[in-house]
Ligand binder design. Structure first.
Ligand SMILES: *Cc1c(COP(=O)(O)O)cnc(C)c1O
Length: 416
């Protein structure tokens, strides 16, 4: 960072402060992670200087001798890792990837059916503030009010009633494994295309601890920066028959030139994700989530669905007489960073809901194990019990810092 220091001391100082923050906090935002030094370096490489609209062998500008190899390598690694017939690695992020799928298969006004946003779905699955809800007839399915689980019979009934062109499975806040077979059957019964958005859990799929949607879905989208632990970007995996439609929708349909530095970093992350140490990471992410969920419940917390099968959990704080936002802000002061989140059928407003969401990918990447989950659970319980005790929050923040010092995070090993 020496040149940044010379040219722009302001941004240099802010980057250093963010490094410090990431090193000394317990980061539990379920969609965040720590990428490796190799991914960081590739993201910051001269590949950022290149324009390469089009696809390998069919570009609009010259000078693609190297970039074509980079993109082909990223695609091949993604195909091998996920067993996909076709992969597009160009989407700038998860949202444009989903929009590209809609552009490939829908006309304005066509019907899509996805999980409701307040129940764990994503904005791009048809929320009314999103282009997905504005340009299409967006219908949603909800969780079972008793169990907090997906109810496949009610999804089937909804699908039969609204007859979507695309049925979407995938979420940002559902702590259970999805039954892709059942979704596939429902899609077939109503003649819908079946799309899975595995943004949150693709790292678990890659690591072999979550069933893969690839054999069931027509199209699978994923971000690359969440549990998969790559740079900020996305991929679309699909059956060969949809390859052309998907590629055309990404470019020139939604995007211009791909971010080649990101493509290269995705290739690096995919190589890492095919390793035994990544599989070990994925196993530990799930073990840590289970250990944390059990410890929180033992501490008197209410977990939606009474636990987790993946990397995340949703805590309903109603019995603790504190709102999600107030809890998240107090926890942040104590060095534990997560987000407030609506719980299914939340009686409170979305900007100050009843719950908090937390996930284990980032802390697993820095080496936390079950033993540390017990400590984290106790920290959380202490904060929630006395959220306005500033002295207490500060003391916990110091303890968090001391704990973190023993677990240097990937990419931040130089921070002491
Ligand atoms: C995070 C997420 C996205 C969007 O990804 P961005 O990169 O933030 O645009 C899409 N779908 C799901 C399910 C997600 O969790």
């Amino acid at each position: 960072m020496e040149s940044v220091k010379d040219i722009d001391p302001d941004i240099y100082a802010l980057v250093k402060q963010e490094e410090q923050r990431q090193a000394e906090k317990i980061r539990m935002i379920a969609s965040e992670n720590y990428v490796s030094q190799a991914v960081l370096q590739t993201t910051g490489s001269v590949l950022t200087n290149k324009y390469s609209e089009g696809y390998a062998g069919k570009r609009y500008y010259e000078g693609q001798q190297i970039i074509d190899q980079v993109e082909r390598l990223a695609i091949q690694r993604a195909k091998d890792l996920f067993g996909a017939e076709h992969v597009n690695v160009q989407p700038y992020s998860g949202s444009p990837a989903n929009i590209a799928v809609y552009l490939a298969f829908l006309n304005p006004g066509d019907t899509i059916l996805g999980m409701a946003l307040p129940h764990g779905g994503h904005l791009t699955h048809g929320a009314h503030v999103s282009i997905s809800g504005r340009y299409f007839n967006a219908q949603s399915y909800e969780l079972d009010p008793e169990t907090g689980l997906l109810n496949y019979e009610s999804i089937r009934a909804k699908a039969k009633a609204v007859r979507p062109k695309i049925l979407i499975a995938g979420h940002s806040a559902y702590p259970r494994i999805l039954d892709f077979q059942k979704f596939r059957e429902i899609a077939d019964e109503v003649g819908a295309l079946f799309m899975v958005d595995m943004a949150h859990f693709s790292g678990l799929v890659a690591g072999g601890v979550h069933p893969s949607p690839v054999p069931y879905a027509d199209v699978v989208t994923t971000t690359t920066h969440k549990s998969l632990r790559g740079p900020r970007g996305a991929m679309i995996l699909c059956r060969e028959q949809y390859a052309q439609a998907i590629d055309k929708a990404v470019f020139p349909g939604v995007q211009g030139g791909p971010h080649d530095n990101t493509t290269a970093a995705i290739a690096v992350a995919l190589k890492e994700a095919a390793s035994e140490s990544f599989r070990e990471y994925a196993r530990q992410v799930v073990k840590n989530a289970k250990a944390l969920a059990d410890a929180l419940m033992a501490n008197g917390f209410t977990l939606i669905t009474n636990g987790t099968e993946n990397h995340l959990m949703l805590v309903d704080l109603t019995n603790k007489n504190i709102s999600g936002k107030k809890a998240a802000k107090a926890l942040d002061k104590a060095g534990i960073v997560l987000n407030y989140n609506a719980v299914p059928f939340d009686k409170r407003k979305p900007f100050d809901p009843s719950g908090i969401r937390m996930g284990t990918p980032a802390l697993t990447s820095r080496g936390f194990k079950e033993k540390e989950m017990l400590i984290v659970s106790d920290f959380i319980a202490e904060v929630i019990a006395d959220p306005e005790n500033e002295g207490n929050l500060q003391r916990i923040a110091e303890e968090v810092k001391a704990l973190c010092r023993n677990f240097p995070a990937p990419g931040l090993e130089h921070i002491r």
